[in-house]
Ligand binder design. Structure first.
Ligand code: UTP
Length: 407
């Protein structure tokens, strides 16, 4: 693009010349910055996303259930032994998805840096290190920890690790990588400006992890280090148990490329997505997409047939990840209020579409899945909201109860 006129011509094709409406008011470096940001936008793709904001259509699909393997019903230690061998051989790595915005928590900073009053003030990131150190004590190996950040929070996250001396973990075993971004669209499908000099970009959802693992050299890094299994977990669950030999052993002994942990929903109303197969392929369907009769269906024992909740602790064979990396996942559109630039050049609150990929949409690339049902209170202490349910207070309570039981 030689000059600004050419850029205007180019934008005309996509009905997007308005992005340069305030260009003349910018200084030279802002001008250059804005042009570079615009060049990154795939306008055709954004149009496609805007036009296909459709929801999953249950009627056209055949839904079947997946019987879970219940941790409490495993009666020998074959899987555990087999998993321990893999862990000791360094074939398991873990990954925390920490690129989210944490809007509901209303905390101004990367969610992993949120401080909790445990025995001493402890950040969410440090709770993960506590688990990794426990694993080191048990198995004598330092597990690689990949941390996914976003453009928005990468610098602050890495600084936090440095300032805290990597929480006493070996920094050579912590690898950061950034997920991708997409522009926000307004309700007419137009790219939103954050201010006169910047396009409004946002992280592309936790499903952005697959592309990022490929693009940022993480798959290559894992292969180079002989890693076969990657446990990927939400950063905001302070009881997440990723270095889990039973999970790894189940995959190995059953020759499976995908395992996902679940807990049993106490009632059909629980708002978590649940496991099922759609046209024979593993999937998680969200609460709002699930028809009432499926939510309430029970088996002969009175258990919910579609009651296994997905809580963001997933194990992938690295070969499966390589397959998913090249796939285009569906993008989910969420209408969210954001402050953007209006046509008069003023910042105002507006409805915007944010497009996100979900990690569980990658499941359909696998031939099959093990749904591994664990005890909810042992592995799930989420921090989502400032008030109500799944708050820092409720998570701290669960955390303390768990460690009291362990002592
Ligand atoms: P959530 O979907 O709960 O989003 O993320 P969030 O950003 O934490 O919170 P809200 O919805 O804005 O309030 C589940 C997990 O996925 C990660 C989050 O960091 C969390 O660990 N995530 C989410 C990403 O890594 N990137 C994203 O783009 C979105």
């Amino acid at each position: 693009m030689k000059n600004i006129d050419e850029m205007r011509e180019y934008l005309k094709k996509y009905d997007a010349e308005y992005l340069l409406n305030f260009y003349d008011e910018l200084n030279d470096s802002e001008k250059e910055g804005l042009i570079n940001q615009i060049k990154q936008i795939d306008f055709k793709y954004m149009k496609e996303l805007y036009n296909t904001k459709a929801m999953f259509n249950m009627e056209e699909n055949k839904i079947t259930s997946i019987p879970a393997i219940d941790k409490n019903k495993l009666n020998d230690d074959t899987y555990e032994k087999s998993g321990i061998e893999e862990i000791k051989a360094g074939r398991l790595a873990v990954c925390s998805m920490a690129g989210g915005q944490g809007t509901r928590l209303g905390f101004n900073g990367p969610k992993g840096t949120y401080m909790l009053e445990l025995d001493k003030p402890t950040s969410i990131f440090e709770t993960i290190v506590i688990k990794l150190k426990e694993a080191y004590e048990k198995y004598g190996v330092l597990t690689y920890w990949y941390v996914m950040t976003s453009e928005q929070n990468d610098k602050e996250t890495q600084k936090f690790f440095e300032n805290n001396n990597f929480f006493g973990y070996d920094k050579e075993h912590i690898v950061f990588f950034k997920q991708g971004e997409l522009p926000l669209l307004d309700t007419n499908g137009k790219v939103v400006l954050k201010d006169k000099a910047d396009v409004f970009m946002a992280a592309d959802g936790n499903g952005g992890i697959f592309r990022a693992l490929g693009n940022r050299g993480i798959i290559a890094h894992m292969k180079e280090h002989g890693i076969k299994y990657l446990a990927i977990g939400n950063v905001d669950n302070i009881l997440i148990h990723m270095v889990d030999p039973i999970a790894v052993g189940l995959m190995k002994e059953n020759n499976m490329e995908l395992l996902s942990k679940s807990f049993m929903k106490p009632t059909p109303e629980g708002k978590w997505g649940v496991f099922c197969k759609v046209n024979g392929k593993p999937r998680v369907i969200e609460y709002i997409e699930t028809p009432r009769e499926l939510l309430e269906a029970r088996n002969e024992e009175g258990e919910l047939i579609y009651g296994d909740a997905h809580f963001g602790c997933n194990y992938f064979d690295v070969e499966l990840l390589e397959k998913i990396v090249t796939e285009k996942l569906p993008m989910h559109a969420a209408l969210k209020k954001n402050k953007g630039l209006n046509s008069d050049g003023e910042i105002e609150e507006m409805e915007t579409y944010k497009f996100e990929a979900f990690i569980f949409d990658g499941f359909s690339m696998a031939e099959d899945i093990i749904v591994f049902r664990v005890n909810r209170n042992d592995e799930f202490a989420p921090i989502k909201n400032k008030e109500g349910e799944e708050t820092p207070e409720s998570a701290i309570k669960l955390y303390k109860e768990f460690y009291k039981k362990e002592d």
